[in-house]
Design a protein around this ligand. Sequence first.
Ligand code: SAM
Length: 333
Amino acid sequence: MGDSARPLVDGFGRVHRDLRISVTDRCNFRCSYCMPAEGLEWMPREDLLTYEELTRIAQVCVERFGFDGIRLTGGEPTLRAHLPVLVEGLAGLGVDLALTTNGTTMRSLAPALVAAGLRRVNISCDSLRSERFAEITRRDELAKVLDGVDAAIEAGLAPVKLNVVVMRGINDDEVVDFAAYGRERGVMVRFIEFMPLDAQGEWTDDQVVSQDEIVAAIDAVFPLDPVPDDERDSAPATRFRFRDGGGEIGVIPSVTHAFCATCDRVRLTADGSLRHCLFATRELDLRALLRGGASDDELAAAITAEVGAKWAGHQIGQVRFIRPARSRSQIGG
Ligand code: SAM
């Protein structure tokens, strides 16, 4: 952290260092658990933060608060024109810069992203079976996504991780296949518990496949050992190593073992609202401040106040849980 930086601490003593930036709410997939088939009403282009505006907020977070991680997401972030230009600007901030993508554009875009300074990528894929993949995403593009994984590896992105949302009765019979795929390709597969963020509001808790179930299924075929806490980074994934040395998997137990107590993230939506939690029911309109001519001091003060009001954690599964008004693609994954 630079000399002038002061940690961004909330009322529970959590220090924030990680910024998730959504660069667009648009997506070329229509994952059934995320969006309706017809898509959503997209944000008007003039509402989206420009690359200069996004970079300015990132710079304030890095220089004032010592942020050390930035992840670009969406919607599908690679649909935004000239993404490498943004990557180049953010890479100059010297942070751990990452991207979450559905992988469909990796074959064409990965080399330019690497040249611009991107080092690692997470690619989302919820089935290794073509027909099922097409049912889940409403797009017949599994081959393109898997080729995108290979393209990312070939371009030198490392690590390449694969994000799999596990849903009961939909793809929970594939966790072992995914583990085998990860071992074969040298890719770390991260299984994500299904969260109540679908635009349609159809989530129910019996669709959640727990971390314990996922790990037990894989362990029965490929024995696993937990990675000790002191070897873990601040990523929310609980990591498990294959006992035979074949790599590792991660599980993001957002529902059954919420990691709110160690949360170090804030999120910026594509239209410039700062959210202190994926599930926050309030937002700070940074775009209005930016376009109203706010100074860096004023931006930093507004961010400090917003994060200061962060709650202890989301309440999924409890009576007090309130779904956020925006769905995942509108917030940024
Ligand atoms: N389009 C990019 C992608 O496919 O990775 C980035 C955005 S996407 C919203 C980010 C991640 O959120 C994906 O891995 C997606 O599967 C996950 N996701 C979306 N809705 C979810 C939900 N209800 N529960 C858990 N994960 C979800």
